[in-house]
Design a protein around this ligand. Structure first.
Ligand SMILES: [Zn+2]
Length: 494
């Protein structure tokens, strides 16, 4: 095998040149797997709004380019396209446009195209005008950046198809437990537990580091790094897709466009594998796992203040090293069968009650310096904006099978406990979940987390019925069971 790193870390070098096991094509009657990958530059023009914070700020510089990273697999029966986009979130109608364009050019059906956002907080918005009634129109027009983005995603899929060649595939996992922290904390009571709606929460998001009011985190973390690797029959890497449940890292100067640690991961992994040459076609991809309540801040241990980009570089380098060290131990296959299933679920939006509307009107009428909560006005605007929304929201769920590996998707910022439940209950050897896939519909707490309150549960941060996580988790587990039954019924699908 020639999945060959250069000497970035000596231990990585030694581990990575150890021969991986391979399953021979000669034993298999199935056609050979083919794979292709490509990267589209999706960097916006300067002057747009960067949207990761409470208030948008203008993009004045590009620290590193943004990309849509595309992998297409072909098992001889059908194809699967996986796209990871450097964006805070890509709304459903933009993904739908991208998928329609890709389908028109490649024939890959929409349910076999997975488009997810990394959730970098340093990209200009692909979300369009949120919180205005226009958002809720049946088919909102794409703004110029959304149109560009949809086209570039489709371009990437088309180019990945054009690059299809005989390949081998492998998957596995590593773990990095000490870079993930649950950011929701049970706290001692006090004014810090008040929410913008005039109520009191039982947990607080991102409380101050070292606060004497800290009691304990309100949920688990998922330390796993899932790895899907594809290489040509000549041993050269085609793509590596990793998945880690960390919201983002951040730490960029004001006005900088950056792909955050997702972009650093791609650059560092390419370097570790000796694929940082200008002529390399290797596509490294890091997708966002279930990280709605997970960050990179050690509230109890304390963390030194670091210069811009330093922390994301440290974290990404550790994630890439973990992936690089996992690669030599994977079992490479000449063929796997692919299968996908998609469901569109209709969820109820959380109702904007007359009481809420009255609260919002009163809050917006109050002078800014008389606000009862620092975020009162923002949430009042969100309540007002949401009042024009239809009562229901259709969301796309997908489950994909690649041999004995499965990928499930949600168009939300999914809490870690949801991903852990799917991993515990999956019928497949390995499963991971991609958040912010095929849409961007806000946070997805579980019902017990809704009962605790906190930022992620506030109406406007979360917008769907309180048992939506249960409904979607059950639907995805049923979809995995369907894929498993199909695979078991057909001897040639394993
Ligand atoms: Zn976020």
């Amino acid at each position: 095998m020639r999945f060959r790193p250069i000497a970035f870390l000596s231990c990585v070098l030694l581990l990575s040149v150890a021969p991986g096991r391979a399953v021979s094509a000669a034993q298999s009657p199935e056609p050979r797997l083919r794979a292709g990958a490509a990267t589209s530059n999706i960097t916006p023009a300067l002057g747009g709004d960067i949207v990761g914070g409470w208030a948008p700020m203008t993009a004045t510089d590009v620290h590193d380019e943004l990309h849509a990273r595309c992998l297409v697999l072909d098992d001889g029966q059908g194809r699967l396209a996986i796209v990871v986009v450097d964006s805070l979130g890509v709304p459903r109608h933009v993904v739908d446009r991208a998928r329609a364009l890709a389908t028109a050019h490649t024939g890959i059906p929409a349910e076999r195209i997975l488009v997810s956002a990394t959730h970098t907080h340093s990209a200009t918005s692909a979300l369009g005008q949120r919180w205005s009634p226009a958002e809720y129109e049946q088919a909102p027009a794409l703004d110029p950046y959304q149109d560009f983005l949809a086209t570039r995603i489709a371009d990437g899929i088309r180019r990945a198809v054009a690059n299809l060649r005989p390949a081998q595939i492998a998957w596995g996992r590593g773990a990095l437990p000490d870079e993930v922290f649950n950011r929701r904390w049970h706290m001692k009571p006090g004014p810090h537990m008040r929410n913008p709606f005039g109520g009191t929460d039982r947990v607080q998001m991102n409380p101050p580091i070292g606060s004497p009011d800290l009691i304990e985190p309100a949920g688990p973390t998922d330390p796993e790094i899932a790895v899907l690797a594809v290489r040509g029959v000549d041993g050269h890497p085609i793509a590596v897709l990793a998945n880690y449940s960390l919201h983002y890292v951040g730490g960029v100067p004001q006005g900088h466009v950056s792909a955050d640690y997702f972009g650093v991961f791609a650059r560092v992994l390419a370097r570790m594998l000796g694929e940082d040459r200008a002529d390399s076609t290797f596509v490294p991809m890091l997708s966002n796992g279930t990280s709605g309540d997970i960050n990179n801040v050690d509230l109890r241990g304390g963390q030194p203040k670091l210069p811009p980009y330093e922390r994301m570089t440290r974290v990404a380098t550790r994630v890439a090293a973990e992936v690089s060290q996992a690669l030599p131990h994977l079992t490479w296959r000449d063929h796997v069968s692919l299968a996908s299933t998609q469901r569109v679920l209709t969820l109820r939006r959380r109702p904007i009650t007359p009481e809420l509307r009255a609260w919002a009107r009163e809050a917006l009428a109050r002078p800014a310096d008389a606000a009862r909560h620092p975020r009162e006005r923002i949430y009042a605007e969100r309540v007002e904006g949401s009042s024009a929304a239809p009562a229901t929201l259709d969301v796309v769920l997908q489950a994909h099978r690649i041999g004995d590996l499965a990928i499930t998707t949600f168009p939300f910022e999914v809490f870690a406990e949801i991903g852990l439940e799917i991993k515990a209950r999956t019928p497949f050897g390995q499963t991971f979940t991609t958040s912010l896939a095929n849409g961007s519909e806000g946070y997805l707490p579980t019902e017990p987390q809704h009962a605790l309150g906190g930022y992620e549960t506030w109406l406007g941060t979360n917008r769907v019925q309180l048992d939506a996580a249960r409904m979607m988790t059950d639907a995805l587990l049923a979809m995995l069971a369907e894929l498993k039954a199909q695979a078991s019924a057909s001897p040639v699908t394993r």
